[in-house]
Write a protein that binds this ligand. Structure first.
Ligand code: TXA
Ligand code: MG
Length: 321
């Protein structure tokens, strides 16, 4: 262990207790959720939140999601409306973040939501994440635990490689919960305005949200700049260029396949063309193929439905130079 790397500890009651103490004292902890690993800090502590932005190299105009242990805690953080009640009842805990008017009595630092009057809130499905949230009893601001713009982490080792160590402003501890089950960030839905709007496709398919509350508007990229600044185009990018909708790897390239294609040299997201399996493998495989010194990662076409929408969203942003 070199001193400038954050220590990784396997999940246990003791390591979760330790992490909760670090958070309560204003420190940073990376922890697993069902979507990706988060870089957590006390959302009510402006200095802790400022440390999150600094560790990621993230522009502070980009608001953070507030994670809470249960619906009761979410109601203390944001002002719920009937559509939010319905979605929370059906899809929480889970990979869904709701943007709602912030409650001024919640004490959330204005830095957390980048000065907006709204707050994005989510109850994660991961038992480890909820145990940590319960142990610290705080709303935890947590973006994905990677340097801003890079590939999101779905393994503790990804976090350790991407973020600085505790001496350089990184997390004091990385809790290791193994690979993330969903593998894509939460779906972000804005319920703070008249029209429910999808701000970011993610771990809950938009079809499943529409089945509960009806038609979602989709925010166009341009309107997103002020609304959800996290949707800035270039994001989720490996160092190796991505070439999308490819049929095979050209000489010098590696292939990221999907379905019944030969992925040599390369990896197949899901030989049986299962979008849930593909989502769970996406970031790990991009991390792996990025190590191969290829001229490009050629990526097979992915169907544009269900989790395929979120996978394509990440691939398109990763391909933007
Ligand atoms: O799955 C996830 O959501 C992960 C894990 C750790 O929970 N977190 C995550 O956070 O992906 P982050 O910071 O990488 O993405 C947060 C997204 C950004 O697109 C941001 O712009 C949007 O949520 N967001 C947060 N608060 C918002 C608000 N008040 N209004 C609009 N968009 C907001
Ligand atoms: Mg992120």
């Amino acid at each position: 262990m070199t001193p400038n790397k954050a220590p990784i500890e396997p999940l246990s009651d003791a390591s979760i207790e330790k992490a909760a103490k670090i958070l309560a004292a204003g420190g940073l902890v990376a922890f697993p959720t069902e979507t990706v690993y988060g870089l957590g800090g006390d959302a009510t502590n402006g200095e802790a939140v400022a440390r999150i932005f600094a560790a990621k190299g993230r522009p502070s105009i980009n608001p953070l999601i507030v994670h809470v242990a249960d619906l009761a805690a979410a109601r203390r953080t944001a002002a719920f409306n009937p559509l939010a009640d319905k979605l929370a009842a059906t899809l929480w805990p889970g990979p869904l973040s709701l943007v709602l008017p912030a409650r001024s009595d919640a004490g959330i630092s204005s830095l957390t939501s980048a000065g907006l009057s709204t707050v994005a809130v989510r109850v994660p499905a991961s038992a480890a994440a909820r145990q940590l949230l319960t142990a610290c009893g705080l709303p935890i601001a947590a973006p994905s635990a990677n340097r801003s713009g890079g590939i999101s982490p779905t393994r503790a080792a990804h976090v350790q490689t991407s973020l600085p160590g505790p001496d350089d402003g990184g997390p004091a501890l990385i809790l290791d919960g193994g690979p993330c089950a969903v593998g894509l960030e939460s779906t972000v839905v804005d319920l703070s305005t008249e029209t429910p709007t999808l701000l970011r496709p993610g771990g809950v398919a938009s079809e499943d949200i529409e089945a509960v509350i009806g038609r979602l508007a989709i925010a166009g990229n341009d309107d997103l700049a002020p609304k959800s600044p996290g949707m800035l185009s270039r994001h989720y990018a490996p160092a190796t260029p991505l070439r999308l909708e490819a049929r095979r790897a050209e000489p010098g390239e590696v292939f990221l396949g999907f379905g019944s294609v030969e992925a040599t040299p390369g990896l197949n997201l899901s030989p049986k063309a299962d979008l849930i399996e593909a989502a769970a493998n996406l970031f790990q495989y991009l991390h792996q193929l990025d190590q191969r010194s290829a001229t490009a990662i050629a990526v097979a076409a992915i169907p544009e439905h269900g989790l395929g929408r979120a996978i394509n969203d990440r691939l398109r942003r990763g391909a933007t130079r």
